[in-house]
Write a protein that binds this ligand. Structure first.
Ligand code: KG4
Ligand code: ZN
Length: 354
């Protein structure tokens, strides 16, 4: 192997789990020397969501160029690297395999160890990168297009699940409601832009929260933890189209008070996320809250989470917006403590959709 573990080790990260092909070089887990992202959003836009077949092909076309650019921009030669970190789960299997194969080829050619990285843990690492001190234990909320879950995180890759969505992920709900409202994909940015002109209290859309378990009451919580966004999405659909399931969805320009609907929908999602995250922090007796994933870009979520956390004597920490959605800096970053801990793999390493 080229290098022995040192706290300044340079790690190349490769990410291809969904619709971003990304590569990045990070020094010592937090210092980002480059972060190259090829977004496929345009290629999937007309379908209103990610098409796995298109994603896999696009990763194949872009992955080598993206890796080359990440090294060039960082001014780093392969011989300077200590390891190659790569997302191996969860994600679209065809997409994951493209990044994993590229990582294996690169590692073999340059005699480097491979570090397998869990995409969800990496989203949380992106938030910890904002801190200069010991990050764990903490509550972690991961909110993206594929995941909405709360964890107790005791180490960079040591997560216990506290709650997850029963149906749609929060980002998926943004994407579907954007479709209903005739807004562009990806839906999160479109809705949050329109919501700025709307009244978040205009319509009261449902906020799902499971009933209290016996131990929730003992801990002073009225309700248990868990997310569900499909009822909310349907409520918006009925609001826009009326109760007739066979009626066509109106043209975007004919939807009355579209900005108010967008703002009220966003408020319902944000409310569910904020209330339950702060409750989880109380229940687990933890003071720090990390939030990661594409939906963590949402300005309303950032403001309301910060306010609610502070009110409860907690601190909410978000990645800077560029590192909320899928990127490889979070992969290279988390690759560092894993590499230091000796969590490397050989060429038989496989990817997993779960
Ligand atoms: O983490 P990410 O890039 O990919 C996955 O791992 O899924 O998250 C993408 C999701 C999309 O559903 C997108 O609509 C949502 O994040 N998103 C947002 C915002 N920016 C992106 N949702 C709400 N508000 C935003 N500003
Ligand atoms: Zn993601």
């Amino acid at each position: 192997m080229n290098a022995t573990p040192t706290s300044n080790a340079l790690v190349l990260g490769i990410e291809s789990s969904c619709d971003e092909t990304a590569a990045s070089v990070v020094r010592g887990g937090t210092e980002i020397l480059s972060s190259i992202i090829h977004s496929q959003a345009q290629e999937h836009a007309e379908f209103g969501g990610v098409v796995p077949e298109i994603a896999g092909r696009s990763h194949l076309r872009e992955v080598h160029r993206v890796i080359r650019e990440a090294l060039d921009e960082a001014g780093v030669a392969p011989t300077d690297l200590a390891a190659v970190a790569v997302t191996v789960q969860p994600g679209l299997i065809g997409s994951l395999l493209v990044g994993l194969s590229a990582a294996k080829g690169f590692a073999m050619r340059h005699n480097l160890p491979i570090v397998p990285v869990h995409h969800i843990h990496a989203h949380v690492w992106a938030a910890t990168m904002e801190l200069k001190t010991q990050a764990f234990p903490a509550i972690a909320l991961v909110v993206s297009g594929g995941h909405t879950a709360l964890y107790r995180a005791t180490g960079p890759s040591d997560f216990t699940s506290l709650a997850h969505t029963l149906d749609d992920a929060a980002g998926e709900a943004f994407d579907k409601v954007a479709w209903i409202l005739g807004l562009a994909y990806p839906g999160g940015p479109s809705i949050s832009r329109l919501a700025q002109e709307g009244d978040p209290t205009a319509f009261r859309f449902p906020r799902y929260r499971p009933k209290a378990l016996p131990n929730s009451r003992e801990l002073g919580l009225e309700r248990s933890l868990g997310f569900s966004f499909s009822g909310l999405k349907t409520a918006v659909l009925y609001h826009v189209r009326g109760q007739d399931a066979l009626a066509p969805t109106p043209e975007p320009q004919d939807i009355p008070r579209r900005a108010d609907v967008a703002a009220s929908f966003q408020e319902a999602v944000v409310d569910a996320l904020v209330t339950q995250t702060v409750d989880a922090a109380k229940r687990e007796g933890l003071d720090r809250i990390f939030v990661g994933g594409g939906v963590a870009c949402n300005a309303r979520l950032r403001t309301k989470m910060a306010e609610a956390a502070e009110k409860a004597g907690k601190t909410a920490i978000f990645p800077s917006p560029a590192y909320c959605s899928d990127n490889a800096a979070m992969i290279a970053g988390l690759g560092w403590p894993l590499f230091e801990a000796g969590a490397t793999a050989d060429l038989t390493l496989d990817a997993s959709p779960r």
